[in-house]
Design a protein around this ligand. Structure first.
Ligand code: F6P
Length: 483
């Protein structure tokens, strides 16, 4: 076939994700400017890509712009263009107003629109075609997340030589919820094109296997699914959990720098040097339980179980999906609540809540983590929640209390956190008071145990385990079992 000058390089390892690790900010040609894009996925995969010299296929974060492949910080970037309509129908629509709420246990009602589904199929095909063009013969292609669930099947059809992995970064819901999806068979069939399908929690993998049995009647043995192939032969597909993580050593190293420690002291001073700094860090998303945590904190101030001289809450809410209506509404609700709580409870020099609608560089995040006595992670549903792991990794001083929702993937591993059900406001209030008053020895005991876990299962371990499973499948008869 004719050589395509833009895609004349092929790679043995290709990662495909909706968003590239960098978002386009502005400029043209040599003046084009990029910034690191938000979210846990990029945090997790960037170190893996640096180590593997692969190509990263994804969208540059802006509509109606085409970019040639380029190198960024040692990573080969292959941009996939999206039109303004596709941005609305595939990204804001089907991905973030259908699948996102559905997969997060319908905390917000999902919208089902046939035009959105058509755009999802069309855009998934474009990602699959781009990945097929840059993948060397026999390459490993690793597809990421709910925006691209049809890509594994499309790739297998056009490139049966490839080894195809898929990792779902968000929860996979119980069948009673999943089955609402009008395209429930097509999505599962799309995923079953992969050799290994990874999930965050064992419960997610279980939900997926049950959906496969209910919708297709295929046999499953533990983590191995028997899927009929194109030739009538049985393929063995592995579906199991691989809990994602962070570069724990890098966070610790950052937290140990004198600049970050100085900055942590400055942060506390600027908050009026309260006894206790509580911190929340989230994308501004209705799955994160930001309102629940503010409500609980407000009631503690109202009931005088806490005072603003004693305790203050810093809430970082990074802007996210701002054109989706549920996100706009949430922003209004949160900002109203912040205004009320400060109006009712703050004193001069002693804010109740400091609300920051920004994303911050890693350096500033590490300083915030060090400055925070109590970290509040109160998500109503969360695939993993890497903020919890970042907090723990930063606390090389074995201090600080992690308050963690049971509805996060992280709670499967981080058992020594103060675990909460964020829907139970009274329970949440008691847990916040317990965290504020926890004796230093108990804080240290818990933090040491949490740190052991995060350092042991860091992101390098996560990707190595997934990729070993992926490249081992096919060699081992019956796939890999869940030991
Ligand atoms: O893991 C969930 C996820 O949707 C990622 O796929 C994504 O990179 C991140 O959150 C941020 O979301 P978005 O790309 O929609 O801004």
């Amino acid at each position: 076939s004719e050589a395509d000058p833009i895609f004349d390089t092929t790679y043995d390892m290709v990662v495909v994700s909706n968003r590239l690790p960098v978002d386009y900010v502005g400029g043209d040609g040599a003046d084009t400017r990029w910034k690191v894009s938000p979210g846990g996925l990029v945090t997790a995969l960037e170190p893996v890509m640096r180590a593997n010299e692969g190509a990263w296929v994804g969208w540059a974060g802006v509509a109606d712009r085409e970019f040639d492949p380029f190198e960024h910080d040692g990573i080969s970037i292959v941009p996939v263009p999206l039109s303004e309509d596709e941005l609305e129908e595939y990204y804001e629509g089907f991905s973030n107003d259908t699948l996102w709420p559905l997969y997060h246990d319908v905390i917000a009602p999902p919208s089902f629109h046939r035009e959105w589904w058509d755009a999802y199929v069309r855009v998934n095909r474009r990602f699959a075609e781009t990945a097929a063009r840059v993948a060397a013969p026999g390459a490993v292609v690793w597809v990421q997340d709910y925006q691209l669930q049809l890509v594994p099947r499309m790739l297998r059809e056009s490139r049966p030589d490839l080894v195809i992995g898929f990792f779902n970064h968000i929860p996979f819901p119980a069948y009673g919820i999943y089955s609402q999806l009008p395209w429930r068979r097509q999505v599962i069939d799309g995923l079953l094109g992969a050799d290994v399908i990874g999930f965050q929690r064992a419960a997610d993998a279980g939900n997926f296997s049950r959906a496969v049995r209910r919708l297709f009647g295929y046999k499953t043995r533990g983590t191995v699914l028997e899927v009929p192939g194109a030739d009538g032969e049985m393929r063995h597909v592995v579906a199991r959990h691989f809990p994602i993580s962070i570069d724990a050593a890098a966070f610790e190293e950052l937290a140990r720098t004198p600049e970050v420690q100085q900055r942590a002291r400055e942060i506390r001073r600027s908050l009026g040097d309260p006894e206790v700094v509580m911190l929340g860090v989230d994308r501004l998303d209705y799955t994160k339980g930001i309102r629940h945590r503010m409500k609980a904190f407000g009631e503690l101030l109202r009931d005088e179980r806490l005072s603003v001289q004693q305790a203050t809450l810093v809430q970082v809410a990074s802007p996210s999906r701002e054109r989706v209506e549920t996100y706009r509404q949430l922003r209004d609700e949160i900002e109203l609540m912040v205004g009320r709580l400060n109006g009712d409870h703050a004193a001069l020099g002693h804010p109740a809540i400091t609300y920051l609608h920004h994303g911050y560089p890693r350096q500033e995040m590490a300083a915030l983590y060090l400055a925070a006595d109590v970290m509040l992670v109160t998500a109503l549903r969360d695939g993993m929640n890497l903020v919890a792991k970042e907090y723990v990794a930063s606390r090389y001083d074995d201090d600080g209390v992690l308050l963690l929702s049971e509805f996060t993937g992280a709670s499967d591993e981080l058992r020594q956190a103060v675990l909460v059900n964020p829907h139970d406001i009274e329970g949440l209030k008691d847990a916040m008071v317990e965290a504020v008053n926890m004796p230093p020895r108990e804080r240290a005991r818990r933090m040491r145990a949490l740190r052991r876990r995060v350092i042991e299962n860091d992101v390098a371990n996560w990707s190595a385990t997934f990729l070993e499973t992926l490249t081992g499948v096919g060699k081992i008869p019956g796939g890999v079992s869940d030991a």
